[in-house]
Design a binder for this molecule. Structure first.
Ligand SMILES: *[C@@H]1O[C@H](CO)[C@@H](O)[C@H](O)[C@H]1NC(C)=O
Ligand SMILES: *[C@@H]1O[C@H](CO)[C@@H](O)[C@H](O)[C@H]1NC(C)=O
Ligand SMILES: *[C@@H]1O[C@H](CO)[C@@H](O)[C@H](O)[C@H]1NC(C)=O
Length: 302
């Protein structure tokens, strides 16, 4: 797969250099690699779906329907190519099935929502900066990562950096998980007053001036991590951009597109729900007219 894509890439480059007058677009290398990584990532979403169903099934009614589209990033892989440009070793940083299971299992399965079990990468004797929320580390480049291995957590403690946009990096594990569509996962900005990494609810570790705010740190259900979802009144076509809802449309929390309002409902810009009062009144008036005309005609007939 990787070889054929690389071949295609070089073929395109050669073709373009031979046809100088033809308007030719060379595919850029990061986006070619992004396709390859996305292929492998697609399989991982099956594991993700199962873990969510087992651990959060009670608060998401129809997991299958909700989740079938949540990891279909195929229309826009920019977040992957941007991350490749930034980290160069993205494949060494994405969580394997074992790490995803560990995250969902110990974080949500135990009932307590504030602690996660220790593991071989983040424990009492060693706590790398990648264990902090919004940060991740890399597996040694000599080691081949099998994303679908659900048994063993790989040693992942090298070259710790901020989590990429469009991913989330939980506290207590050192890898990155792609945010589902409908979430908005930008890089955080330090709020100097509160010490929080806006828009998330984690703080930078105190006493470590070189540690900056990273990316998103969690995603669970909409009630416990609202800050990760695209806010009401805006929509997020990808997990890295948030756009205000335009006039005549409404956008609920977690929208990936804006929805048209009924003609009579008034929707100002940034509306989260359509105002159907106008509709209700019209309906009431028309039914009154209908009833009275019916009553009147039966009165005439009598
Ligand atoms: C994806 O999963 C399917 C079935 O589980 C498997 O047959 C296929 O080889 C996997 N693809 C990759 C790229 O790992
Ligand atoms: C490759 O493409 C992506 C997305 O289209 C863009 O953000 C990035 O800057 C490009 N990289 C190069 C080296 O042209
Ligand atoms: C703690 O973390 C270090 C570094 O990752 C690791 O070598 C060690 O085995 C871990 N200890 C335990 C008990 O998991």
């Amino acid at each position: 797969m990787r070889i054929s894509l690389l071949f295609f890439f070089f073929f395109a480059v050669i073709l373009c250099s031979f046809l100088p007058r033809v308007k030719c677009q060379t595919p850029n290398l990061s986006s070619v690699i992004a396709e390859v990584i996305y292929d492998r990532l697609s399989n991982l979403s099956t594991v993700f779906k199962k873990e969510i169903k087992d651990n959060l099934g009670f608060c998401i009614n129809n997991v299958e329907a909700d989740w079938n589209g949540a990891f279909d990033f195929s229309s826009n892989l920019d977040f992957l190519s941007n991350c490749i440009d930034k980290t160069a070793d993205l494949t060494q940083r994405i969580c394997t099935a074992a790490e995803i299971k560990f995250y969902f299992g110990s974080f949500f399965g135990g009932g307590s929502k504030s602690t996660m079990e220790l593991n071989q990468n983040c424990n009492l004797t060693s706590w790398k900066s990648g264990c902090e929320p919004g940060w991740a580390c890399s597996v040694a480049s000599s080691e081949k990562v099998d994303l679908e291995n659900s048994k063993n957590i790989p040693a992942r403690t090298l070259d710790c950096q901020a989590c990429c946009e469009g991913f989330f990096c939980p506290r207590g594990i050192t890898c990155m998980i792609p945010c589902p569509l409908g979430a908005y996962c930008p890089l955080a900005k330090l709020n100097k007053v509160t010490g929080l990494c806006d828009p998330y609810s984690y703080q930078v570790p105190p006493g470590q001036p070189s540690h900056t705010c990273g990316g998103a740190d969690m995603w669970s259900d909409i009630r416990s991590s609202r800050e990760v979802f695209c806010s009401a009144g805006s929509y997020c076509p990808t997990t890295t951009e948030e756009t205000s809802c335009s006039s005549g449309h409404y956008c609920r929390t977690g929208s990936t597109s804006e929805k048209k309002c009924f003609k009579l409902a008034s929707c100002n810009p940034n509306t989260s729900n359509q105002n159907i009062h106008a509709y209700g009144i019209l309906l009431l008036v028309s039914s009154l007219i209908f009833i009275s005309s019916f009553a009147f005609s039966s009165f005439l007939m009598a």
